[in-house]
Design a protein around this ligand. Structure first.
Ligand SMILES: *[C@@H]1O[C@H](CO)[C@@H](O)[C@H](O)[C@H]1NC(C)=O
Length: 379
């Protein structure tokens, strides 16, 4: 389950009540294998709140003894001092939003931590969560060069633990950064340069012993995030908190289709709804089998192992990967270009293909839709 985007103390009981009543039915028989506190600045929450949410989860469902419990932490000094408290509360994996080790870049990003604080939080985290500390980094900032990006990464590779996530900056409307770029005060990063930054980074990470197990994620010594891996593999998850997403088959309701659920985005409204109705679910959409397959395809191909035949058949008993993709000329072309593989193991991207997955997906989704229409529901 993906759990709350818990924010700060004022909410206290709300996430717990939201967890208790996430669906009209209790979560009775469910096994929960991972819990993720993320989506904002959950490390502002008190360890007591985290402990209370975990307690509620274990009352409502079966929380596996070895469940992965991740917390997203901002690398401020206030956050660092709470890490031991979070561990005592049951958190066993940390994801630190370091973003950059350049103070000017951090300012540009509007972060309220310094590079120094980031590195000190990392130090502290490694002591408390050895082998289970991850860092998030952003590349593609206006004004950043390939060389300066590589220097920052080099420095972090000396200090980091066994998991690194890389994100390309997306300029979001309404941010001051967006305005500065739009006004021409800062340069727009070129597409070619962004691709080179990504390429340089994945090679450096590979040289440092990391496996790129997903488009944006790297792990060594087997320190993969099981939470996110289960998401890319299409497992069911429950999202609790403002704007949280979930995907699951509601139990006890007689439904057999998966539902996509979205909780109310605005925090105050979300809380009011939870207090009034016991849940903050704003939208429920039943996913038809093709919707689900499209997700399985798009998410599964993000991983280096891709989609195994057996795994696919669980979602598409009547349309194997061979049926869907085996006869397509376009798919064969992608294979010939060395970007995609369809073989006895299943369907997956090559190392080169992973870097350009977004450009492969339209072809693959289109192919899936066509074969689905032809074979499964001929009209
Ligand atoms: C992992 O999943 C959480 C939500 O469940 C998300 O907030 C986070 O960004 C994901 N991390 C990666 C590296 O995809």
């Amino acid at each position: 389950a993906h759990l709350p985007r818990t924010r700060a103390a004022p909410w206290q009981g709300a996430p717990c009540s939201g967890a208790r009543r996430v669906s009209p039915q209790p979560l009775g028989g469910w096994w929960v294998h991972s819990v993720f506190f993320g989506g904002g600045t959950p490390s502002l929450a008190s360890p007591l709140t985290i402990a209370a949410v975990l307690e509620t989860v274990s009352q409502c469902a079966r929380l596996a003894a070895d469940a992965e419990v991740t917390l997203e932490a901002n690398p401020t000094s206030a956050g660092a001092s709470r890490l031991a408290g979070f561990r005592a509360a049951g958190v066993n994996r940390l994801s630190i939003g370091i973003q950059s080790v350049d103070d000017a870049e951090l300012q540009l990003l509007g972060r309220d931590h310094t590079a120094d604080e980031a590195l000190r939080t990392l130090e502290e985290a490694k002591k408390l969560f050895p082998g289970r500390t991850s860092i998030d980094l952003i590349f593609g900032l206006p004004g950043q060069s390939v060389a300066s990006w590589a220097r920052g990464l080099e420095r972090l590779l000396q200090l980091c633990d066994d998991h690194v996530s890389l994100y390309q900056l997306t300029l979001e409307r309404g941010t001051s950064l967006f305005k500065l770029v739009q006004q021409g005060a800062l340069p727009t990063p070129e597409q070619d340069m962004l691709a080179e930054m990504y390429e340089v980074a994945r090679r450096m990470l590979q040289d440092a012993g990391f496996r790129q197990y997903e488009v944006s994620n790297f792990a060594r010594n087997g320190a993969l995030s099981t939470h996110n891996l289960s998401y890319w593999q299409g497992s069911q998850y429950i999202g609790i908190g403002p704007g949280a997403h979930g995907r699951f088959v509601p139990r006890g309701s007689g439904a057999s289709l998966r539902e996509a659920r979205i909780q109310t985005l605005e925090p105050d409204n979300w809380m009011k709804e939870v207090l009034a109705w016991g849940h903050g679910t704003r939208k429920r959409v039943a996913q038809n089998p093709l919707d689900v397959l499209e997700e399985i395809l798009a998410l599964g191909l993000r991983t280096d192992v891709g989609i195994a035949h057996q795994h696919w058949l669980q979602f598409a008993p009547s349309l194997s990967l061979w049926d869907a993709f085996g006869a397509s000329e376009e798919v064969k072309e992608l294979e010939d270009q060395g970007l995609l593989l369809l073989d006895h193991r299943g369907l997956r991207c090559s190392w080169r293909g992973l870097a350009v997955l977004d450009s492969l997906l339209p072809t693959l989704l289109n192919q899936l839709q066509q074969t689905w229409a032809d074979r499964v529901s001929p009209t």
